[in-house]
Ligand binder design. Sequence first.
Ligand code: BGC
Length: 531
Amino acid sequence: MLCVTVFCVLSLIWGGSWCEDLRFPPGFQFGAATSAYQVEGAWNASDKGRNVWDIMLHNTPSVTADGQSGDIACDSYHQWRMDIHMAKTLGLHFYRFSIAWSRILPTGFSNKISKDGVGYYNKLIDGLLRSGVEPVVTLYHYDLPQNIQSLGGWANPLIVDWFADYAGIVFSHYADRVKTWITINEPLILCDHMYNVGDIVPMVKEDLLGPYVCNKNVLLAHAKAWRIYNDTYKPHYHGKVSIANNPIWLEPLSEEDEELTELAREFGTGRYSDPIYTEQGGWPPAVEEIMAEYSKKQGFPYSRLPSFTEEEKKLIQGTYDFFSLNQYTSRLVRAAHEDETPGTWFSFGSKELNVVLETDPKWAFSDLKMIAVTPSGMRRQINWIKERYNNVSILITENGFATRDPGLYDTQRIHFIREYLREVLLAIKEDGANVIGYTVWSLMDNFEWMFGYTMKFGLYAVDFSHPLRLRTPRASALFYANVIKHHSLDNHSPEQYQHLKSTNLKSNNSSPATISIKELLLIFILIHVIL
Ligand code: BGC
């Protein structure tokens, strides 16, 4: 006993985790995620309509890093059996995927429902359920029907009803089997990032009203969809619905910046969550005040942050069954110096708040430089949500690591997932947070938006030069399968996967990953031996 105690004390002193209880609570669920445009391909299959990506990338391919589009992507429209096989092999409790709006409603509107579109997701959902993997379905993941974009997209208030129509139709087809729903993925990207920076499709930069009008419309659209499910489907099927938010955890650079940092958190996370999760509803009051003052200074006779009517506030307030959290990274916050103009929100700062966002020179980064490796931000973000939103249950719906290297021995990814999961455990065990599950982004390499195929997030590597888009498990897939199998982070370390070094893929970006059948067989045998 004494030996054990001494061992543990030494472990604590050296910052080790030998005596930590690294088991997840019973019922904790593990999943992996993708989204329609990033994996499906089949951009013109059957009567599918065109979305904003189809149009922009066919007209101007040069906007993506490699000039590529999601026309074929992982070809999941045809290779969905492989996707289910991977999910099953990993032992996933759930697979989060999204439905392509324009595949279900070719015009974007409710006048026509595609039989083939509906059929595709029926096959996927039924196949997952037969394999014991729960489908977690996102209704909208950045792939707006072009018709709706042509009418102003998320800046047109009519989108609220168009989205509600679409949501109602999707629920009517799948709610009998799908029990967990996400209405809209990451409004911080589709409103704040898109309208402030304009560098993501549909590439509309309008930073005065764009982010805020979009913010309000997204909340109303989500709320209407939630209410349709709640009133019509929940009584029969008892499922749950949320909206996926992706805050960047914000940490003050110094003690003096604490108050400003909290304001920035309210500006980033609160603006998308307070109206839904707080008892009083509506915008965070401090943000509302700052926006009103700033708008006045700019000569606006009204606030750029549109107000809610009492009816709208009530419509949105309480429209959640859990908090869907996509958590990747952190930034440091400080006040802008006197002669300094803050960069654009949300990556570099905010002129409205007079805030600058920085990274710590000591932080490591993924190859996608936006993602600084900051596991402690996961625990702090969870705690912020827990405190602010009355210990709401939290499902982590995305977290993952990007590399340019397509290699199979992806120890950095293993390290990233392990460290973030450790913080999730600490949040649950030490802080009493109600985190119910965790999702890796992504199940497989896919079309990484403006980065095309140059960034890899997959537990599985995808050979984008192969007609079947072959998928090959990386070391991180073996690691994650072990975590799921043992329901614990115990006894897993990157060194266990050394054998994959010899089966590494070419790490040259320009030449797509290839792997011989012999190597593929060897990997599958290894997975089965290990599991
Ligand atoms: C998005 C994914 C994206 C991932 C990595 C998330 O914010 O939901 O679509 O691929 O980040 O950039």
